[in-house]
Every structure is written in C-alpha cells, then in structure tokens.
Design a protein around this ligand. Structure first.
Ligand code: PBG
Length: 322
C-alpha cells in the first residue's frame, strides 16, 4: 500500500492538526426568552435545562454569555395574553417587553450583538406570524407591520433584526423602512429558508405561541423542497439581507450546504427547540452521551456550511470546546 489515510488519524495531536472544522464561541447565537416580572427563572418543560427569565435575570445571563466569549443573543419575548390582538399592536409599543429588553441588554453589555425576532406570532391572538383575514394570513399588510416593528427594535438599540415570518417582500420592506428612519447600520438576518417543521413544538410551548387554527404551511416551506430554499435565499440577499438562515438545522444539512454555495453573505443555521429536546430526552434516558451528541451535532451543522449557529446548547458548547 502506498496510501494509508489512517496515518492522519493515529494520534490526538494529528487529529487536531488536520481537523477541518473548528467551533469557537463566536459561532454561536444564544436565544433568550424574556418574561414580565422580577426574579423569575422558569424552566421550560419541553426544553429541559433552558429557561424563561425576567429582564433582571436575563441581563445576568447576557453578562455571563459575554464573559464566556459569546458575541450575540437573539431575543424572544412572551407577550401577556391580554395584550395579544390580530394586528400585533403590542409589537410596536415603544415600552413593550421587547423594546425594554433590547434597551436593558444593550445598556448592560453594549458590545453584545443584539438580535431580535421579528414576526407577529408571540403578539397575535391567532398565534400566526401575520395578520389574519378570513382565515388567510395576509402578506402585504403584514410586512408593513414587520417594517414598523423593525424600526421600533432599531430605535431601542437592536443591532440586527431577524424576520422569522416568511412573508414575501419583507426584507425589502424592512430595509426601506430602516433607511427611511436613519437606521442605515441596523442589520437584517433573514430566516430565508424556514420550513414548516414539527421541530418548533417546544419553542411554541415556551412562548405560548402555537397557531390557534390551521398550520403555517401557507408561508413556511414544504420540507420536500430544495430549489425553493435557494430561490428564497437569493431573493432575500437581493432584497438586502445581510445574513440568511436555514431552519431547522439538522434535518436540513443539505440545504445549509447548498445555500452556503449559492450566496455571498454569512449563513446562519438554527438548531431549533425540537432538535434540542431530542438530544436532551435521549440523554436523560441514558441512551445517548449528551456531551458527545451536542458536539457532534453542532460540528455537523458547521461542517455543512453554517457560519453561525443559533442553538440552545450555547453554554454547554462553550464549556465543551474550551
Ligand atoms: C416565530 C419563531 C419560531 C421559531 C423562531 N421564531 C416558531 C414558529 O415559526 O412557529 C422556532 C424556534 C425553535 O423552535 O427553536 N416566528
């Protein structure tokens, strides 16, 4: 034999030297779930080990994340039921929980890149990402609200807005609104290829945001489709997205790679709540080695082409790779 690939695998030193993919804390985006109140830290039952926190404790968490080398957080809020309506009015409240959270996090850790979820579902009495008329999620009225919502987040200090709604033309509408309001430096991380997935279940428990009727298949993508993901991603880049996203991650590694090969902006992958729950559940049963499962899964997402990874395992990962 003249060629022996095992030579490169024979010691830890060699394996480290030739590793093609390396995870660093700057790769990760930490999702945060904020609730009203003080001193609150509630474990989310379908996301064991992950918490909803009031703003005071959220700030402590962001300080901790920053000290660990994490550079970005993605804020979600749990809107009180009585504030929900069809138009997502509360989403535009300058003193709403989201806007207060952005201000407080930016004030506590100014260097942290603060990203915010932009979609109507947490604020919608129907639990849909857009405005509902005659059981239809209407597009063009919704993107007007999303654009105003983005400006409101930028006003509060958000560095990036992350539209997760999958309406047509929303990136363009948001970019125009940011420009018109002199927020030229606010970035857009667009959920470009977001699939209608069963893996968002625990997230919807966390925010009590499950759709009240029907499903999200008229706006989120069919898991069967690949070309459509490229079309959506290229469109978002054309409309002015600074980063695109594929979501979920693990069941869509092929899509991450194809999007990565097709766009010239950073690609984010969202390792979503249900994907986290699967690893947790199997580990709690003793069926998987949790640490190895977290590392292998996250490495595979980066290897597939993700420049950034939104994941509920951020703190575990930073410990595991350091
Ligand atoms: C809201 C939104 C969802 C997620 C992120 N933003 C849920 C949904 O679209 O129903 C899911 C994240 C996760 O499951 O971890 N539009």
């Amino acid at each position: 034999m003249k060629i022996r690939p095992r030579i490169l695998r024979q010691s830890e030193a060699l394996r480290d030297m030739v590793a093609e993919t390396i995870l660093t804390p700057a790769d990760f985006i930490a999702p945060l779930f904020v609730v009203e109140g003080e001193g609150i830290e509630e474990e989310i039952s379908s996301l064991p080990g992950y918490f909803r926190r009031s703003l005071d404790l959220t700030i402590r968490e962001v300080e901790l994340l920053w000290s660990m080398g994490v550079k970005s957080v993605l804020i979600f809020i749990k809107c009180r039921d009585e504030l929900k309506d069809n138009e997502g009015t509360e989403a535009l409240n300058p003193d709403g929980l989201m806007q207060r959270s952005i201000r407080a996090v930016k004030q506590a850790v100014p260097k942290m890149c603060v990203m915010t979820d932009v979609a109507l579902d947490p604020f919608s009495s129907y639990g849909h990402d857009g405005i509902v008329e005659n059981n239809i999620i209407v597009n063009d009225k919704t993107i007007e609200v999303l654009a105003q919502m983005s400006v409101s987040h930028a006003e509060a200090g958000a560095d990036f807005v992350a539209p997760s709604d999958m309406m047509d033309g929303r990136v363009n509408a948001i970019r125009m609104a940011l420009e018109a309001n002199e927020f030229a430096n606010t970035g857009i991380m667009s959920y470009s290829a977001k699939y209608a997935s069963c893996f968002y279940g625990p997230f919807r428990d966390a925010l009590d945001s499950a759709p009240g009727f029907g499903d999200k298949k008229t706006y989120q993508m069919n898991p069967a489709n690949r070309l459509e993901a490229l079309r959506e991603s290229l469109l978002d880049v054309e409309e002015g997205a600074d980063m695109v996203m594929v979501k979920p991650a693990l069941a869509y590694l092929d899509i991450i790679r194809e999007v990565k090969n097709s766009v010239q902006v950073p690609v984010t992958a969202y390792h979503v709540s249900g994907e986290y729950a699967m690893i947790k559940a199997a580990s709690m049963q003793g069926w998987l080695d949790e640490e190895r499962a977290i590392l292998e899964t996250t490495l595979s997402i980066k290897r597939a082409g993700a420049d950034l990874i939104a994941t509920y395992f951020v703190k575990d990962l930073v410990k595991l790779i350091s």
